[in-house]
Design a protein around this ligand. Structure first.
Ligand SMILES: NC(=O)c1ccc[n+]([C@@H]2O[C@H](COP(=O)([O-])OP(=O)(O)OC[C@H]3O[C@@H](n4cnc5c(N)ncnc54)[C@H](OP(=O)(O)O)[C@@H]3O)[C@@H](O)[C@H]2O)c1
Length: 267
C-alpha cells in the first residue's frame, strides 16, 4: 500500500482507505481492509454507524486512523464539543485521529467552529482537524480562522466522472499541502462495472486500460484518483472480495499515457 503525508504533517496515511456510508457488511470487510493496509476508516455522526465501526475496529484500534465528522447543524462552539464527546463515546475511543467538519454552515462564524476544533486538539480528544465539502474560498476562510493547528484535509467528491475540483480546489490543496480525501471515488459503483452511466466511448477506454494493466475497472478508477498528488480515496464496500480488489488498486501506477487517455475520455 502506498502512503502519503496527511496534509503538512509527518503522519503517513494509506492512499486507499475505507468509507462506511451505508456500510452493512459487518466487521469482516473493514478488518480485511485494515489487514491489507487500508487502515484509514471514515465515518460520521450522520452515518449513525459510529458504534458499529468502533466495535469492528476495537481489537485493531492502535493500527487504525479513525476519521469522523461533525454535522453542519452542530457547528456552534458548544455543539462541536458535545458532538465530539458523543462520537468518542459511540466509537469507544479516547481520541479521534481526524475530526472533520462535514459541510460548511454559513450561518455560523467559522472562527467559532474552529475555536472548538482547536480546543479539542488541545484537550487530546482530536489529533488532526479536517473539513469536508469546502470550496476554495471556504477553505481559505477556515485556514484564516485557525490559530494553532493546520487544516490537514478536505474530503470532497472526486472521481473520473466528477472532476470539478480540478479547476481550483485541487491545485490550491496541492500548493498548501492539504490532503484531498476523495469520496465516492467509484461513482457509487458505476465506475466499477459496465453500467448505464458510462457512455460506450468511456467504457471502451476503461476496458482498454483494464486490459493493458491487467487490473479491474474499479482498480483503474481508484488508481486514476491516487495518481494525483495529495489525493487519497475512501471507497466503501460491504464485501471482503471487493475490499481486497479495492486495496489492490495501490502498489502500482497507471502510466502517464494511460492517465492522459482517461483524462481525455472523461473530460
Ligand atoms: N463527506 C461527504 O459528504 C461524503 C459523501 C459521500 C460519501 N462519503 C464517504 O465516501 C465513502 C465512499 O463513497 P460512496 O460510498 O458514496 O461511494 P463509492 O465508494 O464510490 O461506491 C460504493 C459503491 O460501490 C460498490 N463497490 C465498491 N467496491 C466495488 C468494486 N470493487 N466493484 C464493484 N462495486 C464496488 C459498493 O457496493 P458493495 O458495498 O456491495 O461492495 C457500493 O455500492 C463513503 O462510504 C463515505 O465514507 C463522504
Amino acid at each position: 500500500m502506498e502512503l502519503k503525508n496527511l496534509g503538512s504533517t509527518s503522519l503517513m496515511v494509506p492512499e486507499i482507505g475505507m468509507g462506511t456510508w451505508k456500510h452493512s457488511g459487518g466487521p469482516e470487510p473493514l478488518l480485511r481492509g485494515i489487514y491489507l493496509g487500508a487502515y484509514l476508516i471514515d465515518t460520521a455522526e450522520m452515518y449513525r454507524n459510529e458504534e458499529e465501526v468502533g466495535k469492528a475496529i476495537a481489537a485493531r484500534r492502535n493500527e487504525v486512523i479513525l476519521a469522523t465528522k461533525v454535522l453542519d447543524s452542530h457547528l456552534r462552539y458548544d455543539q462541536v464539543l458535545r458532538a465530539a464527546d458523543e462520537s468518542l463515546r459511540r466509537l469507544s475511543v479516547d481520541c479521534i485521529n481526524l475530526y472533520q467538519i462535514h459541510w460548511p454552515n454559513h450561518s455560523i462564524p467559522i472562527a467559532e467552529t474552529m475555536r472548538a476544533m482547536e480546543e479539542l486538539v488541545d484537550a487530546g480528544k482530536v489529533r488532526y482537524v479536517g473539513v469536508s465539502n469546502f470550496s476554495t474560498r471556504e477553505l481559505r476562510e477556515a485556514q484564516g480562522a485557525t490559530i494553532s493547528y493546520p487544516i490537514v484535509s478536505n474530503q470532497v467528491l472526486y472521481n473520473l466522472t466528477s472532476r470539478r475540483i480540478e479547476e481550483e480546489l485541487l491545485p490550491y490543496c496541492q500548493e498548501h499541502h492539504i490532503t484531498i480525501i476523495a469520496y465516492t471515488p467509484l461513482a457509487d459503483g458505476s465506475l466499477a462495472t459496465p453500467s448505464r452511466f458510462l457512455t460506450d466511448r468511456r467504457l471502451k477506454v476503461l476496458e482498454q486500460v483494464e486490459a493493458q494493466t491487467n487490473k479491474t475497472m474499479a482498480q483503474v478508477a481508484l488508481n486514476w484518483c491516487t495518481s494525483r498528488t495529495n489525493v487519497i480515496v475512501i471507497p466503501k464496500s460491504n464485501s471482503v472480495t471487493r475490499t481486497e480488489e479495492n486495496c489492490t488498486a495501490s502498489g502500482w501506477r497507471l502510466s502517464p499515457a494511460q492517465v492522459r487517455t482517461l483524462d481525455e475520455a472523461f473530460a
